[in-house]
Design a protein around this ligand. Structure first.
Ligand SMILES: O=C(O)C1=C[C@@H](OP(=O)(O)O)[C@@H](O)[C@H](O)C1
Ligand SMILES: C=C(OP(=O)(O)O)C(=O)O
Length: 748
């Protein structure tokens, strides 16, 4: 939980600081710099530190008598080693007045809470337990740095007894430093910090001590390189401080240490047995987690719209496209390659894998279920399949980010496993309907709990026998079809799905590619249990859904001529080509071939004057993700374009009808939304979009669509909230810029 009070004009007349170490001194330095404090009095057991702090201007006075310092203070900051807090409280107790608020900065909260109760009383309501997650192996007055807390988390652990006035003051005093205040319970704080901070310090001390004591290893420090340096930097931290932390948080530290010791013992066995697959399992899982953490630190991670950085695009008007290039791998095929590769027997090599957040969420889920997956590295992924019955219980809920495909396809698979699973997602995914998969799965015997109105999170109970189903899909959805087929691999008897209109058939094709029999008979697809998947090689073609933005861009921007290489042109995906061609687009298919059961071609697109059309309804499921881009084409067309039968657009990452119509209206286009589509009156060859601001509503395809609109705009377009483009099209801005679209990222 974050604490979102805004800092008003903070002024604290008298501050007392007890313990002149790095953290306390850095805090008062920041407070002084911002002129939020009057007089700062300091106390330390070491007189040199007090003199040094006075000279440095960090404190205005000091005393050898601790009570002189705290007398009449509005805020007392206790910044001493954890086990010294009780003694300090005992000494200053009689000088604490009614107005005085106290806080501390220690790395353990439980034992300080107990000290406060013991010394100041159970009901003392003006002590705010705090812990800034910042620091360095350097210590003392001279290391004080007013920027130490900038963009760092500051955890406050208020208790029931803590009064609001105290919490507000301490919160504001931290916010002044540029720190980000978060609230947490005492227990949770101690548990989390035991794992993320206390255990690594213990290990660093222990490793250096072991190596330093090893006489065989005398040369260790002479030859120690980056690994030793990086791993052991924190062994230079203050021994007293850390001694106290391990005593203060003993129980939680021991829990974390026991867990680690058991895992380390296991890893020892793995090394002793030269078990290369298990080694790759541990190392690739750890690498993925560390890389993700690096991205979080650099604020480049797309976690969800609440926590990731706000990214806006600014697209300048005009430009034309040229060149020959390749857009990233197909998202639908990338998801399925991980799923089927994991369930196969043997090792599946994937090339062209989409390194977007959606397909990475699927990849991470299978890692969480014990599958060893190497990569991705430049689109290469190696999946060490565990067979249809080899998945293991994941340690936590599977987090599927923004990805509807992951959650819906996994629902089918998870319903048939022996273990319980919970699946969660970001804000957008948490609003999307899951009943469409949960209901037919329940008919098959699955036990699934969802949140209100069938929304995520989904809790799926393990160990439920499934029976086959004969299911007529109420909507044209490849996700629902695929979900049921995957469940059908485990269900007793036949599972048949009948679709109302053709939808993407990657699941059927890929199952066959892995040697699993699938009967396709017109709109009817049937699978039976008892087969097995055999590992294979998968070459993922470029995603036609990503290519669509460039198809429209090159069509609407005068004098453009581009070639998009190796694009998947599966007949169940080519709606966008059919629709654009019907509107007059000049799209040529070159070098047609087939890779791993999927047809591909290079697409050459040259500018053309488009005309409005009534979009044939049979093309709608074949172009379902491309409508945001097609809407931009329609706005540039001569005449009216009418879309019907596309109500599914309202339940994608956003309500795409509303988002596109509102955005186009904001840019001066004559467009209206209807229940199941839109009517767009194109401005034709002489017209243009106005410049202005549009909201992508955190939907990747809306963001990219308005980016290409700039090619035909008369002023810049600011597109808000575009971080989500990373879900399907990493590197979009770079590729768009190279091709001639004048777009740049602006971090808000
Ligand atoms: O099966 C798939 O990979 C997908 C199917 C489509 O969803 P629906 O099945 O909901 O139409 C599509 O919109 C989505 O981007 C990917
Ligand atoms: C609808 C989409 O994806 P998903 O359903 O997997 O979130 C999409 O990528 O446009």
């Amino acid at each position: 939980m974050s604490h979102s009070r805004s800092v008003q004009t903070l002024y604290i007349p008298r501050v007392a600081i007890i313990g002149l170490g790095l953290i306390g001194c850095s805090w008062v330095k920041a407070l002084k710099k911002s002129k939020s404090v009057g007089l700062v009095s300091g106390f330390d057991r070491n007189i040199d530190s007090m003199q040094q702090a006075l000279q440095a201007g960090l404190i205005d006075d000091y005393s050898l008598q601790i009570n002189d310092v705290v007398n009449d203070a509005d805020l007392i900051i206790i910044s001493v080693p954890i086990l010294a807090v009780a003694e300090v409280l005992g000494q200053i107790k009689s000088s604490i007045s009614e107005k005085t608020i106290l806080t501390d900065v220690g790395s353990v909260k439980g034992n300080i809470s107990k000290d406060v109760s013991k010394v100041l009383g159970e009901n003392f309501d003006r002590f705010v337990l705090g812990h800034p997650i910042a620091g360095s192996e350097r210590s003392g007055v001279s290391a004080a740095d007013e920027n130490l807390f900038k963009r760092h988390k500051i955890i406050l652990t208020p208790e029931q007894r803590t009064c609001e006035r105290a919490l507000d003051l301490v919160t504001d005093a931290w916010k002044i430093t540029g720190g980000m205040v978060e609230l947490m319970s005492v227990q949770r704080h101690d548990e989390v910090l035991a794992a993320t901070s206390h255990l690594p310090h213990l290990l660093a001390y222990s490793l250096v001590d072991t190596l330093a004591n090893d006489h065989e290893n005398n040369d260790i420090f002479n030859y120690a390189a980056g690994g030793f340096r990086d791993f052991t930097r924190i062994a230079s931290s203050s021994p007293i401080m850390w001694r106290d932390i391990f005593v203060g948080n003993k129980d939680e530290v021991l829990k974390a240490l026991d867990l680690f010791t058991a895992d380390l013992q296991q890893l020892r066995d793995v090394v002793a047995n030269e078990d290369k697959t298990q080694m790759m399992g541990t190392f690739t899982r750890a690498k993925a987690a560390r890389d993700h953490f690096t991205k979080i630190l650099a604020r480049r991670a797309y976690v969800d719209s609440m926590t990731s950085q706000i990214v806006n695009y600014v697209a300048k008007p005009g430009g034309k496209l040229s060149g020959e290039f390749r857009v990233p791998g197909d998202k639908s095929i990338s998801h399925r390659s991980i799923m089927l590769g994991s369930l196969a027997e043997g090792t599946t090599e994937i090339t062209g894998f989409l390194e977007g957040e959606d397909s990475l969420a699927t990849l991470q889920s299978f890692r969480d279920m014990g599958v060893v997956i190497e990569g991705p590295h430049r689109g290469r992924v190696t999946v060490h399949g565990v067979g249809l019955h080899g998945l293991k219980t994941p340690p936590n809920a599977l987090y599927l980010g923004n990805s509807g495909t992951s959650m819906r396809l996994l629902s089918g698979l998870m319903s048939a496993q022996s273990f319980d699973v919970e699946m969660t997602g970001d804000v957008s995914l948490s609003k999307r309907p899951m009943d469409r998969v949960a209901n037919p799965l329940r008919e098959m015997g699955a036990v699934i709990e969802s949140a209100d109105k069938g929304r995520p999170p989904l809790k799926i109970k393990g160990g439920q026998p499934l029976k086959g189903i004969h299911y007529v899909l109420p909507m044209a959805s490849a996700q629902v079809k695929s979900c049921l087929l995957l469940a059908g691999l485990y269900a007793e008897g036949e599972t048949t799905v009948i679709e109302p209109a053709p939808t993407r058939d990657h699941t059927e094709r890929m199952l066959k590619g892995f040697g699993y029999p699938v009967d396709v008979d017109g709109p009817k697809v049937t699978v039976r249990p008892g087969g097995k998947l055999t590992a294979t090689a998968i070459d993922v073609p470029s995603d036609i859904s990503s290519a669509a933005f460039f198809m429209v861009a090159a069509s609407i921007a005068k004098d453009s001529d581009i070639t998009l290489q190796h694009v998947g042109i599966n007949p169940t995906r080519v709606g966008v080509i059919n629709i654009l061609r019907q509107m007059g687009a000049n799209i040529e298919m070159l070098n047609e071939s087939e890779v791993g059961g999927e047809p591909v071609a290079d697409l050459r697109i040259r500018s053309a004057q488009l005309k409005g059309i009534q979009i044939p309804e049979d093309q709608v499921p074949l172009a379902i993700d491309e409508f945001p881009a097609i809407f931009i084409a329609a706005a540039c067309a001569e005449g009216t374009t009418v879309l019907t039968g596309a109500e599914e657009l309202r339940v994608k990452e956003s309500d795409r009808i509303q988002a596109m119509v509102e955005g186009m209206q904001a840019l001066g286009v004559d467009a209206v939304g209807t229940e199941d589509g839109a009517i767009i009156n194109g401005f034709g060859s002489e017209g243009s979009f106005n410049g202005g601001e549009v909201d992508s509503v955190d939907d990747h395809r809306i963001a990219m669509s308005f980016t290409i609109a700039s090619l035909r705009a008369n002023a810049p377009i600011l597109i808000k909230d575009c971080a989500n483009v990373a879900t399907s099209f990493p590197g979009f801005v770079e590729l768009a810029s190279e091709s001639g679209i004048q777009v740049a990222v602006e971090n808000a």
